[in-house]
Design a protein around this ligand. Sequence first.
Ligand code: FAD
Length: 487
Amino acid sequence: MEHKQPDVIVVGAGGSGLAAAVSCAEHHLTTVVLEACEQTGGTTGIAVGSFTAAGTTFQRKQGIVDTAEQHQIDLTEFAPADIEARNNPTHRAFFVRHAADTIDWLQSHGIQFVGPAAEPPNTQPRMHNVVPGAKAYIARLQLAARKHGVEILPRATVEHLKTDGKRVTGVQYCNAAGDQHTLYAKHAVILAAGDYANNPALIKRFKGPGYENIDGINPNATGLGHLLAESVNAKLVNMDITYGPELRFIATARRPFQQWLPVTGPLAKLQNWIASLLPQWVFRKIIKRLLVTWQHPEDALFDHGAILINKHGERFCVETDVEERNRAVSRQPDKQAYILLGPEQIARFSHWPHFVSTAPDIAYAYVDDYLRLRADITTRTDTLEELARTTGVPGECLIETARQSFGSRVGPWVLLGPVKSYFTTTEGSPAVNQQLQVLDTDQKVIPGLYAVGQCGLNGMILWSHGCHIAWAMTSGRLVGASIARNL
Ligand SMILES: Cc1cc2nc3c(=O)[nH]c(=O)nc-3n(C[C@H](O)[C@H](O)[C@H](O)COP(=O)(O)OP(=O)(O)OC[C@H]3O[C@@H](n4cnc5c(N)ncnc54)[C@H](O)[C@@H]3O)c2cc1C
């Protein structure tokens, strides 16, 4: 099918791409979005959905006095000092200044939030959570884009950028049938292609060897946007910095409950109204379910004697060496491992202050929560023989491993897993200026090329819950105005 030349082409229909498409359309720019996958959403669509911002309408309504300047100061406390030293404070200040307005803008498109919740070391409650879940960003923004006449093409993978020698003029993409097409844009191409958590070659190139077997949580996070930018001489920054690897429980085969909840229509309106009235304890119960969906087991489990075994029942690493442990898990059969808890660990991790996983200050999940909410990855038995029978781990080896690690064979026992070692996301990206224009290796603007979301982080390392989505949405919201200004 032939497409009329649009003003703007957006590469990727995740959170930042759809926000960019809506903002371009709001600035009267005709827009086509090309999405590699069958479904829109990207990593945004599988996220929890928290959005951290300061000085928001929600905060004001609750009498919370907060500023972007204070948020900027608090953000320096999240990453370890050596990582924080490599952050881009100027760009981060630019981001936090605009994040609160983005929440209002998203609300104007029917996206609802609850909160804000506290997340230390933030000095004020700033974490706004989208209801019913991150899919709401995608459904609502897609609806808004379509209303504005934006065309979204699924299964269209952009493989090359087109240039006329001076500026980026369009893209070459491959459609579902494997045919190559060229599409030119009158004014801009926006890279909104997400991160490279699932591109081992790119991670090896910048981070070094040892991570080849580690998957990204989103298998489609392949870093094509970064490679496209590099193909036109974009400067890439902080490409060795990754969020993870870290251990995470594998996702439930069932769709998490919040994915069943409506995101558009009258039922969604009713549900959003009810959510706004929810007391904090109900909200905590909901968050607890999310905690056991994707959260990673606390390191404290291993500090207090829990061990990792593979599916043969063998112990294979020193669990307290975090760096080595995460890589060792990825070298086990099926890249998977299990956490074995003896009676002492079960007792300890059944109540405060020892939890299996958490979102600090919001909710804490204990052994019982896992037994109840993630029965698919939690087995509790009185004997090791029974544990071996129930889980299929070879009994002889399991018993010997437990004897060596725990000394006695007295139960009860809990086996949690599989866990895998995952990259959650990556923090490297092409350099951009505050207009979201991509910069080359001489720091000069590459005319016609913009980048947003994880593809346009510009050296920001956003290791606080809710900042990645806040940036994806904020950069997407701002890019339409930038392009319109630069015409
Ligand atoms: C389990 C999990 C939970 C998370 N929870 C939170 C949270 O609660 N709060 C928070 O702030 N952050 C969270 N994050 C991180 C956050 O979700 C992401 O960093 C953010 O949503 C990325 O948005 P994006 O638009 O940059 O990329 P994406 O949403 O990944 O969108 C990129 C899109 O581009 C498409 N694409 C890629 N290459 C091409 C190509 N060549 N041609 C066409 N299309 C292409 C992809 O298929 C994808 O649809 C979470 C991450 C994970 C993995």
